[in-house]
Design a binder for this molecule. Structure first.
Ligand SMILES: NC(=O)c1ccc[n+]([C@@H]2O[C@H](COP(=O)([O-])OP(=O)(O)OC[C@H]3O[C@@H](n4cnc5c(N)ncnc54)[C@H](OP(=O)(O)O)[C@@H]3O)[C@@H](O)[C@H]2O)c1
Length: 441
């Protein structure tokens, strides 16, 4: 058997401590599989005194992850600190500079610096692996990068944020508001005290950016992803979706179009019959449409210490076996500049919910605005509410009634312009709700 592969582990939090437990439990087996014993030789975290329930005796301690990254006493630098810049970036750069392989679970770091770091790793002849960064325990990076190497990918999409999927699932099942479900997710530890990054779609966007680079061979451009979160979704939308045969999911979608690669993160209506519609709670799923394989979907835990450590270990095992793979599945120099397809050119069906004043001419003006922009309606549902009264027997005049429109395929520009016109006509009480319909197969 070869020499021990020595790991320098920076970060002993949720994922780092799980990685130590994993190695403790399966280290011998992994050595047999890879042909090389793997051992953590040194660690770094912020607080040396913290009781982590881990036996760190025999491991060298570094206060500074950058010093750990440079130290010749380890062969692989495992970055499990987090953050796009600062210590995580400095230490990964230092490790590559010292000629070490790097394994990271850090999506923020890669979404911002992935291409530069991949080039540096390639020049240094080392691996930069990140299986855990896109979907926690789901082996989507290897699937795209290696298993589908013989395919041209047309679309990759998925539910990549467990917090959002948990909230939408509970809202749908229990008829609770977004705020109530968010508070419950925070109580259960599924959502951060500041949930903005998750619920407004930015976390999904970081993950999508990484999948896009591998699937389409383009440089990462996380800033050009169109991002919309789930905080505007109401129980009225979920009920209407249910009646119309859809469910609402926060999707990250990257697809090849005539005008470039479209990348978008937003709540989407998905047909109940589609596999992705069946993904509930904190579970994640990523689906791929490719020319030779057709359609496939991987689902599982997108977060959590154990599941994420499982992916980190698979990257380490590759290094132990001597498997080297370009970070994004091809030489970094061959990644093409990202050609962005603008969201206004997006084509698809749309769900629109309007609060329409019950008055003559209102419907005619809505229908005219749609027709003026060449939009055909697949269905119109008026959900009559019992009139509210300001005194018994005296209904409040001109109460708005919810009206749901489902369009056939049209463009985002047409929809936006039609809705602007409808608002100008003054027959609706609130801003319209618009949710894109995602079709499959
Ligand atoms: N948690 C998940 O489910 C999950 C899933 C997928 C990917 N990831 C990614 O995995 C990475 C780690 O996440 P995590 O949840 O394990 O984070 P975490 O629990 O917050 O742990 C972070 C660790 O980094 C250490 N650290 C922070 N700043 C440091 C510094 N300046 N110097 C030295 N050590 C420092 C902390 O030290 P102390 O313990 O002393 O404070 C802690 O041990 C992140 O990039 C995250 O995005 C996490």
């Amino acid at each position: 058997m070869s020499d021990v592969l020595r790991l320098g582990l920076a970060g002993l939090g949720t994922v780092g401590s799980s990685l130590l437990h994993l190695l403790e439990r399966h280290g011998n087996d992994i050595a047999v599989r890879t042909g090389r014993p793997i051992a953590v030789s040194a660690v770094s975290a912020r607080n040396r005194q913290k009781d982590r329930g881990l036996d760190l005796s025999g491991l060298q301690w570094f206060d500074d992850p950058v010093a750990l990254a440079r130290d010749p006493g380890n062969d692989v630098f495992v970055e499990l600190i987090g953050g796009a810049n600062g210590t995580a970036l400095d230490s990964v750069k230092a490790a590559i500079g010292a000629g070490k392989h790097v394994v990271t679970a850090n999506k923020a770091l890669l979404a911002e610096h992935g291409v530069t770091l991949a080039r540096q790793a390639e020049d240094a002849g080392v691996s930069l692996n990140f299986e855990a960064a896109a979907a926690g325990g789901i082996p989507i990076i290897k699937t795209l990068r290696e298993s589908l190497a013989g395919n041209s990918v047309g679309r990759v999409y998925g539910i990549m944020n467990g917090t959002c999927n948990y909230i939408l699932t509970r809202m749908e099942r229990e008829g609770l508001s977004f705020a109530e479900c968010l508070a419950e997710a925070q109580r259960l530890g599924y959502a951060e005290a500041d949930p903005t990054f998750d619920v407004e779609g930015f976390d999904t966007a970081h993950k999508l950016a990484l999948l896009t680079a591998i699937a389409f061979g383009t440089e990462i451009d996380a800033d050009s992803i169109y991002v919309e979160g789930i905080s505007s979704i109401t129980t009225a939308d979920l009920e209407a979706a249910d009646e119309l045969g859809y469910r609402i999911k926060l999707l990250g979608v990257a697809s090849r179009t005539d005008s470039g690669i479209e990348q978008r993160v937003h709540p989407a209506m998905v047909p109940k019959s589609s596999p992705i519609a069946g993904i509930d709670g904190v579970t994640n799923a990523v689906a791929i449409e490719a020319d030779f394989v057709g359609q496939l979907m991987l689902s599982g835990p997108g977060a959590g210490g154990a599941a994420t450590a499982s992916s980190v270990m698979s990257d380490i095992a590759d290094i132990a076996r001597g498997d080297r793979m370009g970070t994004f599945g091809r030489p970094a120099s061959s990644l093409e500049p990202y050609r962005r397809a603008e969201i206004r050119a997006h084509a698809g069906g749309y769900y629109i919910r309007l609060s329409v004043f019950d008055r003559p001419g209102a419907f005619a003006s809505i229908a005219r605005r749609m027709a003026d922009h060449g939009i055909s309606l697949e269905s119109i549902v008026q959900r009559r509410r019992a009139p509210r009264e300001d005194a018994p027997g005296h209904p409040i005049p001109e109460q708005p009634q919810p009206v749901i429109l489902i369009t056939y395929e049209t463009t985002e520009t047409a929809i936006k312009e039609a809705l602007d016109g409808i608002m100008k006509d003054g027959h609706i009480a609130d801003s319209p709700q618009m949710i894109r319909i995602e079709q499959f197969g």
